[in-house]
Design a protein around this ligand. Structure first.
Ligand code: HSE
Length: 302
């Protein structure tokens, strides 16, 4: 029997659409063992709503991993303990898929390489950013080249960085949130966004001044188009800035909004979280906030 812990992730970090990912100290666990018939038990997020049969994404990812390993006639008992909210832009599906593939790989004696795990997970996800940081932890940059995932993990992330996430009561489907984006962009939009990715990573790894973070996180590729899916997005962003966050971004495709708080006290982080919750409330949405630290390890066996 194996038990695997996988972190939540915030992707994009503003300009790094499908490129940047950051792992957070909020986890799902996947417990798995061989069994004579499929059984799936779920605790926590999705306990009542997620399927417990072959259509469960953990089961599907596990089957793909078994296929890759050429293992047949292998049924599983799976227990999921989910703390990552579903469809809120915190990488719950990436954590589920990485957890499944990582666990199968452990059961089979670690035969798949990191690249092979990522290849299966990214194929299922359709984008590499969340799965990469969920697997290897920390701040990552990723790209899909053909069906391969190319990635890099920064060895340093600022020690004084906290991520205050405001999680509203409504879901956003990533598939729908990808449909609202244009297919083509002007040269100036692409150039501005590229430089912003570099500024953002430099600041988060401690090379650049936090004063530049807010401007660096304002991209021209996805956030402006996704505003219509997130009521009060601008107001929540402004509330976080006013309360002292150095930067703020839509977490993945939303609905969570992530404020980046550098060198601030616990009280200040609470103020930032409360300000975002109040702004969502004014737009008629309940939300809660959490102050999270960066998870540097990624997926591990417990
Ligand atoms: N990069 C993906 C997107 C992340 O923005 O669509 C989804 O959480």
């Amino acid at each position: 029997m194996v038990r695997v812990r996988v972190p939540a992730t915030t992707a994009n970090l503003g300009p790094g659409y499908d490129v940047l990912g950051l792992a957070l100290k909020l986890y799902n666990t996947v417990e798995m063992e061989k069994s004579d018939r499929l059984s799936i038990e779920i605790e926590g997020e999705g306990a009542d709503s997620l399927p417990k049969d072959e259509s469960n994404i953990v089961y599907q990812a596990a089957q793909l991993a078994l296929q890759e390993l050429r293992v047949t006639n292998y049924e599983l008992r799976v227990k999921l303990v989910n703390n990552i909210p579903l469809a809120r832009g915190l990488g719950s599906s990436a954590a589920a898929r990485i957890g499944a593939i990582f666990a199968v790989n452990k059961l089979m004696g670690d035969k798949l390489s990191q690249d092979e795990i990522l290849k299966i997970a990214a194929r299922l996800e359709g984008h590499p950013d969340n799965v990469v940081s969920a697997l290897v932890g920390g701040l990552t940059v990723a790209a899909l080249t053909g069906n391969k995932v190319k990635f890099l993990r920064f060895s340093k992330v600022r020690d004084d960085l906290k991520i205050v996430v405001a999680i509203p009561d409504f879901k956003v489907s990533t598939i729908e949130a990808r449909k609202v984006l244009p297919k083509n962009f002007s040269l100036i939009d692409v150039v501005t966004t590229s430089s912003s990715i570099l500024f953002t990573t430099a600041i988060l790894t401690g090379e650049g001044s936090p004063e530049l973070l807010d401007e660096s996180m304002q991209d021209r590729i996805h956030q402006p188009y996704r505003k219509k899916l997130i009521p009060a997005m601008d107001k929540v962003f402004n509330a976080a800035r006013k309360a002292g966050a150095q930067g703020v971004a839509l977490s993945g495709s939303g609905s969570t909004i992530a404020a980046f708080s550098i060198g601030n006290s616990e009280e200040k982080n609470e103020k930032i979280g409360q300000a975002m919750v109040n702004a969502f409330h004014q737009a008629g949405h309940k939300s809660c906030y959490k102050t999270l630290e960066v998870e540097r390890e990624g997926a591990v066996c417990l």
